[in-house]
Design a protein around this ligand. Structure first.
Ligand SMILES: Cc1cc2nc3c(=O)[nH]c(=O)nc-3n(C[C@H](O)[C@H](O)[C@H](O)COP(=O)(O)O)c2cc1C
Length: 257
């Protein structure tokens, strides 16, 4: 399946005008990651869109000239790490060629091995289902296999080529969510985000992928929630499992497997 390349029609408007007009469409920013032969890879994108709820599908559009895209394609799975306010430097790092993008970065891995970056708003782990030729880009459709969310973090906004933050609008949205969560919990809605970051006293807790996988296996919660539960319990796997169960996170809500 393909969409006509630019040579198939009159190139009007010019690429720069098209970019300027589309730059008026505010987006978030994300880093798409994958692991191939034990090496982490990733690139910054803002061409992220949800496609279907059932089955859960999303898309992003890698440039044909991307060096990272062929690696992700070969890996067959990718994780979308949705960036939070304050992660603009990280985003720039993943847009620069010729650098070691993962140098000094701490991250965990999803069930299928994709790097899940720290301190993001959310992640979605996907399996590549379809790749469509589209001019100088590809449309990549992924089937969401797992995800996690931190509802308390403000998003990174990309608009007209610059990074911005949501102000009062974000605080208002969080407040509305908190109220809705309070109401739905009493009506048996069990998904609750583990709050806070770092250990019980705010200190950093070093975690291994093995610890996170052990908590995930028992609770089926997203990796982000498992990581936070471990951080809140000083890395103790059993206590993290109990903690998530107490909050109703994960089992029996197995919607995304
Ligand atoms: C905010 C932002 C959004 C971007 N969105 C995309 C995108 O959707 N698709 C893409 O191919 N490149 C996008 N880029 C550029 C790529 O990140 C960059 O060209 C790429 O990482 C170059 O390295 P690579 O050759 O390893 O892919 C974006 C960059 C930034 C800063």
């Amino acid at each position: 399946m393909s969409v006509p390349a630019s040579s198939d029609y009159e190139p009007i408007p010019s690429p720069s005008t098209f970019r300027e007009v589309m730059g008026r469409y505010a987006t978030g920013a994300a880093i798409v990651t994958a692991t191939l032969r034990d090496e982490p890879h990733g690139l910054a994108v803002n061409s992220l869109t949800s496609v279907s709820l059932d089955p859960p599908l999303l898309l992003f559009c890698p440039d044909r000239r991307s060096d990272t895209w062929p690696v992700i394609r070969e890996a067959g799975h990718f994780a979308v790490n949705i960036l939070a306010h304050g992660q603009d430097q990280l985003c720039r790092r993943f847009a620069r060629k010729g650098t070691d993008r993962f140098a000094d970065l701490t991250f965990t891995r999803s069930a299928r091995g994709c790097p899940i970056l720290d301190e993001t708003i959310a992640y979605l782990e996907c399996e590549i289902r379809q790749v469509i030729d589209a001019g100088d880009h590809y449309i990549t459709i992924g089937r969401v296999m797992d995800m996690g969310i931190d509802r308390e973090r403000a998003p990174l906004v990309f608009y007209q080529g610059h990074f911005h933050r949501l102000g009062d609008e974000f605080e208002n949205a969080v407040e509305v969510q908190r109220k809705a969560a309070g109401n739905s919990r009493s009506s048996n809605e069990s998904e609750v985000t583990v709050e806070g970051s770092g250990g019980p006293n705010g200190q950093a807790v070093e975690l291994t992928g093995e610890q996170i996988r052990a908590v995930r296996k028992e609770t089926r919660a997203g990796a982000l929630d498992c990581r936070k539960a471990l951080e809140a319990n000083n890395g103790d796997v059993q206590r993290a499992i109990d903690y998530l169960r107490e909050k109703g996170i994960g089992t029996p809500k197995k919607v995304w497997t």
